[in-house]
Ligand binder design. Sequence first.
Ligand code: HEC
Ligand code: HEC
Ligand code: HEC
Ligand code: HEC
Ligand code: HEC
Length: 174
Amino acid sequence: MRKKALILVPIAAVLLAWAQKPAPPPVDEVLPKEPPAQPIPFNHKLHVDKAALKCLDCHPIRDPGFQAGYPREAACMGCHTSIKADSPHIKTLAEHAKARKPLPWAKIYAVPDYVWFSHASHHQDAGIRCETCHGPVAEREVLGKEKPTNMHSCMKCHAQMGASNGCDFCHASQ
Ligand code: HEC
Ligand code: HEC
Ligand code: HEC
Ligand code: HEC
Ligand code: HEC
């Protein structure tokens, strides 16, 4: 009993703090018009069509499954030690691979730290395709944000697919 209360008190405190903040209004997110600048140009269409790579080859959703993540530069070098090795962009890529220093990709899709989101739950467990939340990435030469990630957009799909929209579903353990 005592042990349970010890756990429940901090959770209740967090929920109370949340309850005092007004939920954001149910409005559609305004998406940026331009893709962000990237350290080197990366072309999804070319790599999916010409190099015949699958989404999960480069975004493996490693345990514990929150993130899809970015590919390791060493994996790119599996091809690029020979393909286009003279290109200035590939030289930049090779330097990062050699130094084991990730390229500083600009993040396009992001939710704040106080939001609980998992790729494993949505893609692997609920079977939702990447395209549903990110648009037709395989057709894009340059990637920008095409789908919203605000609270209203999450809740709209949860309502359609019968997933919970209780506040603590997405905000609980923060
Ligand atoms: C050869 C490796 C490779 C393949 C294959 C690949 N990607 Fe990517 N992806 C990247 C790299 C590198 C970036 C970062 C540069 C960029 O945003 O274009 C990225 C970025 C992304 C982003 C934006 C991430 C962010 O910053 O928020 C999404 C979404 C994405 N990929 C989805 C996909 C989907 C869906 C597929 C399959 C259709 C796919 N990718 C196939 C390498 C790959
Ligand atoms: C399976 C092989 C393969 C892998 C793995 C691969 N690429 Fe490529 N990449 C290619 C091919 C093929 C081209 C097109 C080459 C051409 O235009 O002749 C290319 C072209 C490029 C170019 C354009 C180079 C230029 O200047 O024209 C960049 C940049 C690039 N890749 C980055 C990456 C990055 C970053 C990764 C890892 C996330 C990656 N590639 C992984 C096969 C691959
Ligand atoms: C239900 C919607 C949804 C699905 C399905 C989904 N994503 Fe995401 N994706 C997101 C959200 C939301 C973020 C931002 C997450 C964050 O900031 O923690 C994101 C972020 C990303 C990123 C940026 C790096 C990261 O992990 O935060 C990549 C890359 C990505 N997704 C690729 C994919 C790929 C590839 C698939 C299919 C295998 C996929 N996503 C399926 C919603 C989704
Ligand atoms: C395209 C539809 C869709 C979108 C968009 C979506 N979700 Fe979900 N979400 C689902 C479904 C379906 C489930 C599975 C429900 C279940 O298992 O009962 C789920 C489950 C969850 C879970 C519980 C996961 C678990 O493993 O217990 C959380 C938390 C969650 N979503 C948060 C989010 C957040 C945050 C966003 C927006 C950034 C979001 N979702 C966007 C459909 C969606
Ligand atoms: C399906 C997931 C989901 C559910 C359910 C959910 N939220 Fe959110 N909430 C989010 C996401 C995602 C954001 C971040 C949006 C953004 O990117 O700014 C957010 C942001 C917020 C913010 C911060 C707004 C700001 O601008 O500072 C508050 C407050 C909030 N939610 C309260 C609530 C309350 C109260 C409930 C219950 C009525 C609730 N949320 C239910 C996903 C959810």
